[in-house]
Design a protein. Sequence first.
Length: 330
Amino acid sequence: MADVAQRAGVSSQTVSRVANGHPGVVESTREQVLTAMQELGYRPNSAARALKRGDFRTLGIILFGLSTTGNVYTLEAIATSAAQHGYATTLLPVAVPTQSQVRGAFTRLGELAVDAIIVIMEVHLLDAATVSLPPHVGVVVADSDADDQYSVVDTDQAGGAREAVRHLLELGHKTVWHLAGPVESFAAQRRADAWRATLREAGREVPEPLRGDWSADSGYRAGLRLAAEPGCTAVFAANDQMALGLLRALHESGRTVPDQVSVVGFDDIPDSASYVPPLTTVHQDFVEVGRLCVEGAMRQIRSNAGERGRTLVPTRMVIRQSTAPPPPAR
């Protein structure tokens, strides 16, 4: 900085103001300093600036798994929104969702110096991990259930599932089978609970749900079992990837969609419109979830205080060609 100041013929304080983007610098002086910086190859030391300001302009992200579509899109939205605020992101995937892995991720983020942390995983792991957060580091949790312990941004899981089931019942199906997600998943549990409650409210039979692991392979395996159920005319799959495997299993088993079996997914991933047939599904706004996570983190950073409460992002039905009235009773 002293070298730049000497080359530009200004004080070190002026160099500092230019480096930090301070508006109170005469434009001609700013140009002199920027030219000197370029000639000398000077770059501000971000670590030193962070220590001086007391902030690092970095958000930490902890998540379990990059294999699910929802996590990938949410992560992309968080990174994009953070960049718009002038913040970098540090990602720490947790390979195995255990208490020790989560605790280690928080420890590493503390060492890397972040201003707030966004968690994309089941929050019970966070609660049980006895993590020690640095002072004034806010936490925002995406798509999980944190009660009143943290700020939560979540898709309206229950509302979306209710819409899916009602759509099938309104088409005339007597009941709706369910291909659920993993039992440890908050989102899967909320969708399954809403499916069950909607059928009971309508006075319909509640079939035993089948479970997958969010993958198309698990949807295919469950689909082979559902194809063998002669009374199965409608299925609500807890995500679009499992619905894809389900469609393949029904096709291979000679059960046509939607003439014999209607299928609804959840997510509305871009590929779902190209399934055969194009998939009726529940659209969830991953971009909005990611944006609201960053907004929540920004509020906590500005106020230097934690935040509680839940923000629900609405869903909407996207009707395509995978649903129709049930076949005539024989």
